[in-house]
Ligand binder design. Structure first.
Ligand code: GLU
Length: 424
């Protein structure tokens, strides 16, 4: 068993313990020996950094940060960087392991990594955010690179933050290095299609599951938690496929719109109000009630650990698609399994983002940008192939989709690890 410094309260949801138990279960289902399971679970490299930032008022504030490379048997580390007050070493370790599994499930040549800084970026000015980003990029620079570990956006980080990281590392190395991060703006080696790719992947998985269940998408009622980088495009993509988004939540609260949200009106409202609250015709409801609203499909698209035993027990939807990373606790997953609610797990459902990152990185390495059609065609094929591979295995094994996805991912990592052998 791998031990990390556990910051969480003993009873609080610990994402690291959750993901390690999932990998261990998958390893046992595959009949792997304990040594191999421990090798796969254990992060390869954990870097903890202190990020000093001179604030606009002249004071110096310190922020802790991490970059963790979980597994590199299938390729360089890949995974986002998040800026959030709840960031901890356990959370980043868990998310790095999720990335190893995710990249293996969609069969792209990467291992898993993740980074983060414990900070509330909403309290920083633009200039403070830039200084924090550059100092953090400098601190993790020895560990990252196009053939080593490639960061990307995650919660509260965006193409601007990626630009600063790309610039900082390029300055340090003395030459332009667009392939060191993905999710960059188009002008400096980003790719058309990266923005919204996670949401497109979630949509593909939602429609694929509906197809497998023999349910036409038209009229299916959806509730979505989150109206950010992933949630906002989802409202549009699902509506365009005939589904009705009847419940929506953001950091300010939740609304119920039984006739379905008009995505254009919501987008216009949000641009003005900077919140979904106050959307014309939306009935305000308690945020905790969102998943209990009458609905068919539940999509958590915000933070982790939100689908607890209680939320799962009162969930109205009869299927769930995880757009967020790690949204479901072990107890929540057990309740959904006992209620026969199929769940497309995060490592499959939200993999569209990292697949888009892979395409961006491949274009940067080649110095040759693709037509948008090629990008979308390849993204759709990769997601469909991954969904089908997991579904077919799910029917063979007869275990929930989450456990099946873990089996598919762990099996591919184990194969690479076995083939490469143990150095020295
Ligand atoms: N942050 C995204 C994820 O959790 C994307 C990671 C990446 O593109 O490297 O999958």
């Amino acid at each position: 068993m791998v031990t990390l410094p556990h910051e969480a309260e003993p009873d609080a949801f610990n994402p690291w313990l959750r993901v390690t138990s999932l990998i261990e279960e998958a390893g046992h289902l595959l009949g792997l020996d304990e040594g191999m399971i421990t090798r796969i679970v254990t992060p390869e490299r954990i870097l903890e950094v202190a990020v000093p930032v001179r604030m606009d008022n002249g004071e110096i504030h310190m922020f802790p940060g991490w970059r963790i490379q979980h597994d590199s048997s299938r390729g360089p580390g890949k995974g986002g960087i998040r800026f959030h007050p709840s960031v901890s070493v356990d959370e980043i370790a868990a998310l790095s392991a999720d990335m190893s599994i995710k990249c293996a499930v969609v069969n792209i040549p990467y291992g898993g990594a993740k980074g983060g800084v414990k900070v509330d970026p909403s309290l920083l000015s633009h200039a403070e955010l830039e200084r924090l980003t550059r100092r953090y990029a400098f601190a993790i620079a020895p560990m990252i690179g196009p053939d080593r570990d490639i960061p990307a956006p995650d919660i509260n980080t965006d193409p601007q933050v990626m630009s600063w990281i790309m610039d900082t590392v390029s300055m340090l190395r003395g030459h332009n290095l667009p392939g060191v991060v993905t999710g960059k703006p188009l002008a400096i080696g980003g790719t058309l299609g990266h923005a919204g790719a996670t949401s497109l992947g979630v949509t593909i998985c939602t429609v694929a599951l509906l197809n497998r269940l023999g349910r036409p998408p038209e009229g299916e009622r959806v509730v979505i938690q989150g109206y950010g980088k992933v949630g906002a495009p989802l409202v549009k993509l699902l509506s365009q496929r005939g589904m009705k988004v009847v419940g929506l939540a953001d950091v300010h609260g939740a609304i119920h719109v039984p006739e379905g949200i008009d995505y254009e009106k919501m987008s216009a409202h949000f641009d003005e109000a900077k919140s979904i609250m106050g959307y014309p015709g939306g009935e305000e409801v308690h945020a905790e009630e969102l998943f209990a609203l009458p609905s068919d499909i539940a999509i958590p698209a915000a933070l982790g650990g939100v689908i607890t035993e209680e939320v799962a027990s009162s969930m109205s939807a009869t299927m769930m698609v995880e757009a967020a990373n790690g949204p479901t606790t072990g107890e929540g997953a057990a309740v959904l399994a006992s209620r026969n609610v199929p769940v497309v797990p995060d490592v499959l459902a939200n993999a569209g983002g990292v697949v888009a990152s892979y395409f961006e990185w491949a274009q940067d390495l080649q110095g040759f940008m693709w037509e948008p059609e090629l990008f979308h065609q390849r993204l759709e094929k990769t997601m469909h192939d991954a969904f089908d591979a997991v579904w077919i295995r799910h029917e063979q094994l007869g275990v929930p989709l989450r456990d099946t996805a873990l089996v598919v991912g762990v099996e591919r990592i184990a194969e690479a690890t076995e083939l490469r052998g143990l150095f020295p």
